[in-house]
Design a protein around this ligand. Structure first.
Ligand code: FES
Length: 254
């Protein structure tokens, strides 16, 4: 339990703090590959050549290369760690240090759709915790688990800088804004039984491994919309020569 002043000199506000989401201690799980067969290795090498050539030093390509191995295995595996280390001239420990720092690099296999419910401060207050709980019950899985049909992996996610649309659910890192427990259940049903729903903004959904390939920097053949109006309200006001804050003084974004 944490106490925070409400900024008005009144009674303190008590916020119950739950357990942090568990994280597996190692990468990959029991069936994860420890090396790649020659055919897969040759394909990954060709992709890695292209990625590494974009940077002044090979080690600068580490984030993109980790996405590449996630496109192969749906998470970071011992084979992926060794591949990145070998191609970048780093140790496996150095690669694991980076992969374990960023939550977009996953330690367990991922289903076709990674459903991330933002339970960071603003989304939690606006209903994110209730949405996560509704999905957990609806799908009968817990944090970081995947449905038996391999369609959905459910995960708590941190703030995605979309607080102006809270509470937010991400599916393969595309935004589904202003969600409720009911809309999130419908979203999950659409993902499982089709057709996959269209995100509120951004690009059309594609399977998790394909998303990871896009994040590795390979071209995407889908239309991607621009940012939504609330996100660019301040910028629009600035260009219009008006006040530099969003209309109504909205400063919800953290
Ligand atoms: S707190 Fe959820 S997007 Fe910022």
């Amino acid at each position: 339990m944490s106490a925070a002043g409400n900024g008005t000199g009144g009674e303190p506000v008590f916020i119950p703090l739950g357990r942090p989401p568990e994280e597996p201690g190692h990468f990959g799980g029991p069936d994860a590959p420890i090396s790649y067969p020659p055919q897969i290795r040759a394909r990954l090498d060709a992709d890695a050549d292209e990625i590494i050539a974009r940077y002044p030093q090979p080690r600068s390509a580490i984030l993109a290369l980790l996405h590449l191995v996630q496109a192969e295995d749906s998470c970071v595996t011992p084979a992926g760690l060794s591949f990145c280390a070998e191609r970048l001239g780093l140790t496996r420990v150095e690669v694991a240090g980076v992969a374990s720092f960023y939550s977009m690099y996953r330690r367990t296999p991922t289903g076709k759709y990674l459903v991330g419910v933002c339970t960071n401060t603003l989304c939690a207050v606006m209903g994110g915790d209730a949405i996560f709980d509704a999905l957990r019950r609806h799908l009968r899985i817990d944090n970081d688990q995947t449905t038996p049909d391999d369609s959905i992996t459910l995960q708590h996610v941190e703030c995605n800088a979309a607080c102006d649309y809270a509470p937010v659910v991400m599916v393969n890192w595309e935004f589904f804004d202003n969600q409720t427990p009911d809309s999130a259940r419908l979203l999950a049903d659409g993902l499982r039984f089709g057709p996959p729903p269209r995100p509120t903004r951004g690009g059309q959904l594609c399977p998790y491994r394909q998303t990871e390939r896009i994040l590795a920097g390979f071209p995407q053949d889908r239309q991607v919309d621009t940012a939504g109006a609330p996100t660019v309200a301040g910028l629009s006001a600035f260009h219009a020569g008006g006040p530099t804050s969003a209309p109504g003084g909205d400063s919800r974004c953290c």
